[in-house]
Design a protein around this ligand. Structure first.
Ligand SMILES: Cc1ncc(COP(=O)(O)O)c(C=O)c1O
Length: 474
């Protein structure tokens, strides 16, 4: 063995023989095993590696903790109460009732039906961006959700498997890796994943403040845009969520005009995520971007609306999202990209019937709004009783709660300590503002539509205990 010889020359005698033979062999084996291990760990791509290794945001950590130890009044009364998931369970009775009456006929039709598709209608390939009948039904539903004043053109609709891929597809179509989107804060924590992971696009937070009720200011937008320019970054668009997740406020008509004006001047796109448009429970008036565009002479090709059925129709598990774009090239590319995230044919068939049942939808939307409002009122009156402030809001399935009064100092570390106490001591999972890029520490998003009235009271009681503990430890 070649390796042996030089060492035997250096270390003489019998010791030299042992050292000169075994040491190089051991070294060789060690290096070989290391190389094999190195090769074994090199299996993921450079794109997947940071995703695999990324530290989880408290948003996901909290959701994970609840799934391990979920509160149940009877089976697990000491479990964690979920205030971290924006899911709506308040009208599942209505959905269940409709499904129990219509499920079979809706999916495969009845033999006597005109246009009856039979089993072949759900087993074969369908257009990946959605069948025409569903696009028509979706256009009608979106119009009904937005009060009937706006009409949507079905040919501008692309259907996806949830709003998540709809956002990703839009980002893919509007920006190249390294380009950026301006996103007002606080924002839905999922945007960091949906918009950046696979597209290579970056997000630039545009900070909104409690003093201005967390409404976006054009000055802040301009500042973020200028700073990006100075860094040499190309800004391709603005993403707004209206009604806002996590604040629940609605963008005033004037602000929408100003944002469109800003987009025109900077020659960038605007994406309006309106996934909570049908979950407005207060008295404020909602202005869809579509309404503003219909009324004014803006260049529509830079405007795109996101929608979906996960929130307003409580169908998160169905995975249905919508891209509504006024830009023909975006539509052409997005349609092709839905090959990777299409809605299943049975789901599409079922939804054609459900969304076309306008009297059911009308009843559902009205009842849903009333029930969300009722829960909101119960939740905020509980907060008032325990002396915790919040933003008065009109939309969404959550409340933006100011717990800074329970903190000893105003920084993110302290906010996360409070989050930890809520999660592990009080057993309440709320989303800390830092997970939503809030610039002001101490805010928490609390979703209240997965709970019963009684469980909301238990959640408030648990928060009260933490509040008392924190106050007494000052
Ligand atoms: C503002 C916003 N956009 C998009 C989504 C993603 O929706 P989906 O579950 O349909 O993918 C969510 C989900 O919480 C959301 O809050």
């Amino acid at each position: 063995m070649r390796l042996v010889v030089p060492l035997r020359g250096i270390v003489g005698g019998r010791g030299g023989l042992i050292l000169g033979t075994f040491v190089p062999c051991a070294l060789f084996c060690y290096l070989h095993i290391r190389r094999l291990r190195f090769l074994a760990t090199r299996r993921v791509s450079e794109r997947a590696e940071p995703i695999a290794k990324a530290e989880e945001s408290p948003y996901y950590v909290g959701l994970g903790r609840v799934s391990q130890d979920p509160f149940d009044e009877v089976a697990n009364p000491n479990g964690i109460i979920q205030l971290g998931l924006s899911e709506n369970r308040l009208c599942l009775d209505l959905i269940e009732e409709w499904l129990s009456e219509n499920l079979n006929g809706a999916m495969i039709g009845h033999g006597s039906d005109k246009g009856h598709l039979g089993i072949g209608g759900i087993t074969g390939y369908q257009p990946h961006d959605g069948v025409t009948e569903l696009k028509e039904a979706m256009a009608g539903f979106m119009s009904q959700v937005m009060g009937g004043e706006i009409s949507f053109d079905p040919s501008r609709i692309v259907l996806t498997a949830g709003a998540t891929p709809a956002i990703e597809i839009l980002c893919f179509c509007l920006a190249d890796p390294g380009d950026a989107f301006l996103v007002p804060t606080p924002y839905y924590p999922g945007f960091d994943r949906d918009m950046t992971w696979r597209t290579g696009v970056e997000l630039i937070p545009v900070h909104c403040h409690s003093a201005n009720n967390f409404i976006l200011s054009i000055a802040a937008l301009q500042q973020a845009f200028n700073q990006a320019r100075k860094r040499g970054q190309r800004v391709q668009g603005i993403l707004i969520s209206n009604p806002s997740n996590p604040v629940g406020n609605l963008l005033p008509q004037k602000t929408l005009h100003d944002i469109l004006d800003f987009a025109r001047k900077k020659n960038i796109h605007i994406i309006s995520d309106e996934i909570f448009a049908g979950s407005i429970h207060g008295n404020e008036e909602f202005f869809s971007l579509a309404k503003i565009l219909d009324a004014e002479n803006f260049d529509k090709s830079r405007a795109h609306i996101l929608y979906g059925l996960s929130k307003d129709l409580s169908l998160a598990g169905f995975r249905v999202g919508v891209i509504y774009s006024y830009n023909d090239d975006v539509l052409a590319a997005a349609k092709k990209l839905t090959r990777f995230s299409s809605v299943s044919a049975p789901t599409q068939r079922l939804l054609i019937s459900l969304l076309s049942d306008t009297s059911f939808i009308g009843r559902y939307l009205e009842t849903n709004r009333k029930r969300i409002r009722k829960m909101y009122d119960i939740f905020v009156s509980g907060l008032k009783e325990i002396g915790v402030k919040y933003v008065d809001s009109s939309g969404g399935l959550y409340c933006w709660v100011d717990m800074s009064g329970l903190m000893h100092s105003h920084n993110v570390k302290e906010e996360l300590e409070l989050w930890d106490k809520l999660l592990n001591v009080a057993k309440v999972n709320a989303t800390p503002g830092s997970a939503c890029h809030s610039i002001e520490p101490g805010w928490f998003r609390c979703c209240f539509t997965t709970l019963s009235e009684g469980n909301i009271r238990i959640a408030i009681e648990r928060i009260r205990k933490v509040a008392e503990m924190r106050k007494s430890s000052r």
